[in-house]
Design a protein around this ligand. Structure first.
Ligand SMILES: Cc1cc2nc3c(=O)[nH]c(=O)nc-3n(C[C@H](O)[C@H](O)[C@H](O)COP(=O)(O)OP(=O)(O)OC[C@H]3O[C@@H](n4cnc5c(N)ncnc54)[C@H](O)[C@@H]3O)c2cc1C
Length: 465
């Protein structure tokens, strides 16, 4: 009989003060605990340390470090490349870190490292306040924030990191520190875009904005009008008022309300709007674009709470679908790129597959390329090409479409990509995505994580001494 002790057994023996839960392959809830949002990712950690607080996080880090085990950190578990988990190592699962403290007078919210955006948006929304995040409420605050944070409110309020005032981290050494403009400012600079490379964030403090009811929803046109609509959109959005967010998409109309039955399952191009302000002002802001393009199939724009818009895609994209991600930053969309978009956009391989162009301008351009780790402040859009579907039999089809589409458009891109929207594309791609900021990030990495314990991420290697 083998006497080899498993990491889960060893952890139970060693981590006496662990307040959360230690889950190993023999536990009945292991299968559920190891699953991440993207069903294409099928990893089997040796130990899932579900941490109940900062002390548990420090213990999980120390256990992985002392036993030479790979360490992954899981916030919301949404990462396309599955960077919230790993094979055979330790997952520090933050899903119990759910603190949310809104301070309406100070206009801030303190958020636990394992929250999802839906939880935060609901709490801040009660006060008519919000901080900018993404476009899906089930995404984790942790990963989205540390990578940058692009979404409906980017043009008005900046990236998520532009609203991050401070963060509490547990470092590779197990020490707890606060990163802000005045405490560990180098770390504060690095975590605003540099991902989970520098430590485990147990809480974030964000600035809040007055965003209660917004005017939002989609406008759809037949996919055959993709080139016309995109040509008008590329001219329109950079000069639109900051209150207006609007990402361009190729998609298929879901076969369910609120979409009219007549257009169910129709391939379309569209703009998903979000206007911070009233209905009349929203209509006025959108009017120049609508005047340039043919009559839409559907103009589903209406006032709604900000949190409702954030959750609008949740039903369409539940956990457990197959996802294949590619992305690029884009400065301009020349005519040849428009033609290619129109072609690939009309060849969506499954109902849920999509391409989005998220505007990166307005308030996001108020911050300089080296003010935070997030370098591409001069980009016009973040393009994402995602093949999505519930059926693993379509995995090759969605992967191929996503790769072919991105590779065809890449010559018209700015070079790098938003690190939160790529899978594993290697070190050169990471360097290209941080550009001139990479070397500084590598030096900060050397200070805070010289042995590269935090390497299940878009990894920045510690600079040589
Ligand atoms: C359906 C969907 C929609 C999305 N929409 C948007 C969008 O609109 N805008 C946008 O910007 N991005 C979007 N994303 C991308 C998203 O930002 C990334 O997938 C992000 O990594 C998810 O964060 P997470 O905490 O859920 O992921 P996880 O898989 O848990 O973690 C991802 C990475 O972040 C690290 N990490 C997470 N939490 C912490 C923490 N507290 N401390 C230290 N490291 C941590 C992990 O170690 C890992 O490297 C979307 C993703 C999906 C699947």
């Amino acid at each position: 009989m083998s006497t080899t002790i498993t990491p889960a057994q060893l952890a139970r023996r060693e981590l006496h003060d662990f307040d959360g839960r230690l889950i190993g392959p023999d536990d009945s809830d292991y299968e559920q605990a190891r699953a991440v949002y993207n069903a294409m990712i099928d990893k089997r950690p040796a130990l899932i340390a579900r941490c109940a607080g900062r002390a548990d996080v420090a213990q999980a880090i120390g256990f992985a470090r002392d036993h030479g085990l790979l360490l992954a950190v899981r916030g919301g578990g949404h990462n396309g490349g599955g960077l919230g988990t790993c094979d055979d190592g330790v997952v520090a699962d933050l899903s119990l870190l759910k603190e949310i403290e809104v301070d309406p007078a100070a206009r801030t919210v303190r958020v636990g490292g394992g929250c999802t955006w839906g939880e935060v948006d609901r709490a801040t929304g009660e006060h008519g306040l919000a901080t900018p995040s993404g476009i899906i409420s089930t995404t984790g605050v942790g990963g989205l924030t540390l990578g940058g944070g692009l979404g409906h409110l980017t043009r008005k309020c900046g990236l998520t990191i532009d609203n991050l005032l401070e963060a509490e981290l547990v470092l590779a050494s197990g020490e707890s520190v606060r990163a802000s403009a005045t405490e560990h400012p180098d770390l504060y600079w690095a975590i605003r875009g540099g991902g989970g490379n520098f430590g485990v964030v147990t809480s974030f403090l964000f600035r809040l904005h007055e965003v209660g009811t917004i005017v939002g929803g989609p406008t759809f046109w037949p996919v055959e009008q993709g080139a016309d609509v995109l040509s008008a959109y590329r001219e329109f959005i950079p000069s639109a008022p900051r209150e207006l967010g609007g990402f361009f998409a190729f998609a298929t109309v879901p076969p369910a309300p609120p979409f009219p039955e007549a257009i169910h399952l129709r391939k379309v191009c569209g703009i998903v709007w979000s206007y911070v302000g009233g209905e009349q002002a929203a209509a006025k802001a959108m009017a120049p674009l609508l005047a340039e393009v043919p009559e839409p199939l559907m103009h589903g724009v209406q006032p709604m709470p900000h949190a409702m818009l954030q959750g609008a895609f949740d039903g369409l994209y539940p956990p457990g679908d197959q996802w294949y991600w590619r992305a690029d930053f884009v400065n301009e969309i020349p005519d040849e790129a428009v033609r290619l978009h129109a072609r690939f956009g009309s060849e969506l391989p499954t109902m849920k597959s999509t391409m989005h162009l998220y505007p990166i301008d307005g308030a996001a351009h108020d911050v300089g390329p080296s003010d935070t780790a997030w370098s591409y402040r001069d980009a016009g859009w973040g393009a994402v090409f995602v093949g999505v579907g519930p059926d693993p039999a379509n995995a090759a089809a969605i992967r191929n479409w996503s790769i072919d589409y991105q590779e065809a458009l890449h010559p018209y891109s700015a070079g790098g990509a938003y690190v939160n929207m790529i899978m594993d594309e290697g070190e050169d791609r990471i360097r290209a995505s941080y550009r001139d900021n990479y070397d500084r990030l590598a030096r900060i990495k050397r200070t805070y994580d010289p042995d590269n314990l935090f390497r299940v991420n878009q990894n920045i290697r510690p600079a040589a001494a």
